[in-house]
Design a protein around this ligand. Structure first.
Ligand SMILES: Nc1ncnc2c1ncn2[C@@H]1O[C@H](COP(=O)(O)OP(=O)(O)O)[C@@H](O)[C@H]1O
Ligand SMILES: O=P(O)(O)OC[C@H]1O[C@](O)(COP(=O)(O)O)[C@@H](O)[C@@H]1O
Ligand SMILES: [Mg+2]
Length: 459
């Protein structure tokens, strides 16, 4: 047991054993590859100082919070820091890079594509850069688009993805055959959890075939459901956009006797958008997320709470994440089996269901009293927008981090921020992690206290 620390002692010592997470490198399968000096040394606009380059010994420790009175953990996970290396494993004139976007839209996709092109072109002098159209299937089912700096110059000002995206169409052999046949030696994959699971398979197959191909992924998910990284790009923009829907719901609710404003926000299996939108809006009376089951009727249920709120304030605003309450919505056996092309379960509209439940509850118990539910579903409006300034900058740093890593010979990794600094995380590790709302932490407690909503724990 450690002795409890003296709170007045500001000179405490802790020992940290580092467990450096292995980052795959091209030389693991191609031991004869020789390093080259980076062209960044000869950049016209800046002269790299010694500190400019990072090396294998620059790391980020994942855990930053400690209880000094507790037992010291035996070791701490650390990841390689993202950034330029002074040795690279490509000759820029021989690089053929491919960029693909997969899965749903997310603000900032075009910025990432743009910055991959601009970074490869301007910093490393790469001239052969190709956009793969319409997601994974585009590798084998169409012609790539040649990209250059002129072409992409204003893409960061556009929502969506100029390369187009799709779900499904993952055929490992066809994809890796296409990578081989077209001579791509760098592959940049932008996508969410499903895409990352596919990217791991591509990376492993490339390794099995001992191909000279670096694979990097840039995590994309408007739901913010990818683990390890601080947050995903576009998430902040989506939360900001969600404010407009919540404000409108509030205005509608306030302007009617017994008015309920109901807003459905994205979040397939995590309620981050709903939670952050609730905390930043303060117009919300109840926030329903997939991580916290809820019920409608009886003591401690949603309707009892809303009844009180309507009595007190005359109106209420409910925000519901799309994945919340799915178990309660009646569905046919066929609907239970429904999947999208990527294998994700297809949800029923919780907002439509809740609106109808609200109406029947009211009409049963409050005959003759006026009541209105205004349901706003801004689903695609919060993701089909241009990234805000913070997300645009974030996308730029992600893209450049990915390029530096691939150029340095790292492969099978994801670039992402950990505790505010950019790191390289093995794809295999990130593909199996999930970022869910922790209903035991302070943020959720804060939602409960600003809304005073029930905890929905039947007791
Ligand atoms: N387990 C998996 N193995 C291989 N590919 C997958 C896997 N899950 C999803 N994919 C592919 O990844 C792409 C995007 O997946 P999807 O779930 O739609 O979006 P996201 O990546 O945003 O989660 C699709 O082309 C899909 O076929
Ligand atoms: O209608 P689509 O395009 O399939 O997208 C809906 C889904 O996409 C998302 O925005 C994000 O999902 P992905 O990150 O898996 O693409 C979810 O919130 C939503 O359920
Ligand atoms: Mg997904």
């Amino acid at each position: 047991m450690n002795n409890p620390p003296n709170p007045h002692d500001n000179n405490l010592t802790i020992n940290i054993n580092i467990n450096l997470v292995h980052l795959p490198h091209l030389t693991n399968t191609l031991p004869n590859l020789q390093p080259q000096t980076t062209p960044l040394d000869h950049n016209h606009f800046y002269h790299p100082s010694n500190e400019f380059y990072l090396s294998e010994s620059d790391v980020i420790i994942r855990r930053t919070l400690f209880d000094l009175s507790g037992p010291s953990p035996s070791s701490h996970l650390a990841y390689h820091r993202a950034g330029p290396r002074n040795n690279i494993f490509y000759q820029p004139e021989n690089v053929r890079a491919a960029i693909v976007t997969c899965g749903g839209l997310c603000p900032g996709l075009n910025t990432v594509i743009r910055e991959l092109v601009v970074g490869l072109w301007e910093q490393y002098g790469v001239r052969e850069i190709f956009g793969i159209k319409a997601g994974y299937r585009g590798f084998y089912s169409g012609e790539p688009v040649r990209l250059d700096v002129k072409m992409v110059h204003n893409w960061h000002k556009r929502g969506g993805t100029v390369l187009e995206t799709s779900r499904g169409g993952f055929d490992l052999d066809k994809i890796v055959n296409a990578i081989e046949d077209r001579g791509y030696n760098q592959v940049y994959i932008i996508g969410g959890d499903g895409t990352l699971r596919g990217a791991v398979k591509i990376f492993n197959e490339i390794k099995r075939r001992k191909l000279y191909v670096g694979v990097a992924a840039i995590p994309k998910t408007v739901d913010n459901d990818v683990g390890i990284i601080d947050r995903s790009f576009g998430f902040q923009t989506a939360v900001e956009k969600a404010q407009q829907a919540i404000s409108a719901a509030h205005v509608e609710a306030e302007s009617a006797p017994n008015g309920i404003g109901l807003v459905k926000l994205m979040g397939r299996s995590t309620g981050h958008i709903a939670l952050y939108a609730t905390l930043s809006s303060r117009d919300v009376d109840c926030c329903l997320i997939p991580e916290n089951d809820f019920y409608l009727h009886g003591k401690g249920g949603l309707f009892e709470f809303l009844e009180d709120r309507l009595k007190q304030n005359g109106h209420a605003v409910v925000v519901v994440a799309e994945g919340a309450g799915q178990d309660m919505i009646p569905r046919t056996d066929e609907q239970k089996q429904e999947r999208d092309e990527s294998g994700n379960p297809v949800f029923l509209d919780v907002g439509v269901w809740l609106k109808s439940e609200l109406k029947s509850w009211w009409s049963k118990d409050h005959e003759g009293e006026l009541f209105t539910v205004k349901y706003i579903d801004p689903t695609y409006m919060i993701r089909a927008v241009t990234a805000n300034a913070t997300d645009n900058l974030y996308c730029t740093l992600l893209a450049h981090s990915a390029i530096h890593g691939v150029m340095a010979g790292y492969t099978g990794f994801v670039a992402g921020p950990i505790n505010g600094n950019y790191a390289y995380i093995p794809m295999e590790e990130i593909a199996v992690t999930k970022n869910q709302v922790d209903t035991k932490d302070h943020k959720w407690a804060w939602v409960r206290s600003v809304t005073t909503q029930p905890d929905f724990q039947r007791n």
